[in-house]
Design a protein around this ligand. Structure first.
Ligand SMILES: [Fe+2]
Length: 328
């Protein structure tokens, strides 16, 4: 592995080209006021930026997401980051594969290059800091165990407000999961971590990343969409307190507490006002910069979770497809 100048602890896998981080996403939502309310309750630092909202995690200057208002909810832009010396070689590779490069969308400042993936998501590849973790992320901060003669929990009225530590990953609805695995491997240099047949697949970054940076699940309908955004809480109590924090503010529809098999993270999902989900997550598996994770094809019963409550009926329903295909 090779150390990267100017970024402490950042190393790269030598001799291979690939994105290191999902740097920022852009999503259209039908109502920015609703979005501000939901993501603020969730614990994010939501900032008004012109006509948009920026999604930040408290104490971190990095902007993880940009929300703008439009008729329908739509995940529109995925902006991936590469190391500086990989930018031109990546661009050459993408062009060499016959992929048409596009102008940046209006109003989007960009030092990157742009194209569309097979699902019609607009992809940017740019030079930016590594925001995916450089090591397995700490777990257990709020999971304190006290000694004898001491109260371990909090009172309901004085429980701490919790805030996600970082954006972790997203799961996207796509019409054809194998096609997305192939494209994201060949074009963006990501690798398959695990899959369940052609139904769901998890992709990681080769320069050290969580078990998944992006994942794909089969959509009802042809329209792609966002299934969930995942945010790291760093502890089980962070997840549980997050779910209570949402319930206290009127967002009680969710799924959790549970533990995934693929990625191993603990989870509690909250449904957003548009039918997709925001995941409180902790202790996801990590794939180091020099490790070649052995991807497996898991049976369907392992695809989602090892323990937890029954899945909500619409957990895997792509409401974006309904909107665009005239069912809502
Ligand atoms: Fe997730």
């Amino acid at each position: 592995m090779t150390a990267i100048k100017g970024q402490i602890g950042v190393t790269k896998r030598p001799g291979e080209l690939g994105v290191h981080s999902l740097s920022v996403f852009k999503m259209v939502v039908p109502d920015l006021t609703e979005a501000e309310k939901f993501y603020t309750a969730f614990g994010l630092d939501v900032r008004e930026e012109g006509n948009n909202l920026g999604l930040y995690t408290v104490g971190n200057p990095h902007r993880w997401g940009v929300l703008s208002e439009g008729q329908h909810k739509k995940m529109s832009v995925l902006s991936f980051a590469v190391f500086e010396e990989d930018f031109e070689p990546m661009k050459k590779r993408v062009e060499g594969q016959g992929i048409k490069l596009l102008d940046p969308p209006p109003g989007f400042e960009s030092n990157g290059f742009w194209f569309r993936d097979p699902n019609d998501f607009l992809i940017e590849v740019k030079v930016a800091e590594k925001t995916s973790p450089i090591r397995k992320v700490d777990f257990g901060g709020l999971d304190r165990s006290v000694g004898a003669n001491t109260i371990g929990s909090w009172g309901r009225s004085v429980k701490p407000e919790v805030r996600p530590v970082r954006f972790a990953h997203m799961l996207l609805f796509v019409a054809n999961v194998p096609q997305s695995i192939e494209f994201y491997s060949r074009v963006l240099g990501m690798r398959l971590a695990d899959r369940t047949g052609d139904v769901i697949a998890f992709m990681y970054g080769i320069h050290g990343s969580d078990h998944h940076m992006v994942a794909f699940v089969t959509s009802n309908g042809r329209t792609p969409g966002l299934h969930h955004l995942s945010w790291d809480m760093g502890s089980l109590n962070g997840i549980g307190l997050g779910a209570m924090q949402m319930a206290d503010r009127g967002y009680s529809r969710g799924w959790g507490l549970g533990r995934h098999v693929l990625g191993s993270n603990y989870f509690h999902y909250m449904q957003d006002p548009w039918g997709s989900w925001s995941e409180y997550s902790a202790d996801i598996d990590y794939i180091g910069v020099n490790h070649n994770w052995e991807a497996q094809d898991h049976p369907p019963e392992d695809g989602i979770y090892v323990w937890g409550p029954d899945l909500p009926e619409d957990f895997l329903h792509n409401y974006e497809a309904d909107q665009f295909e005239g069912k809502a």
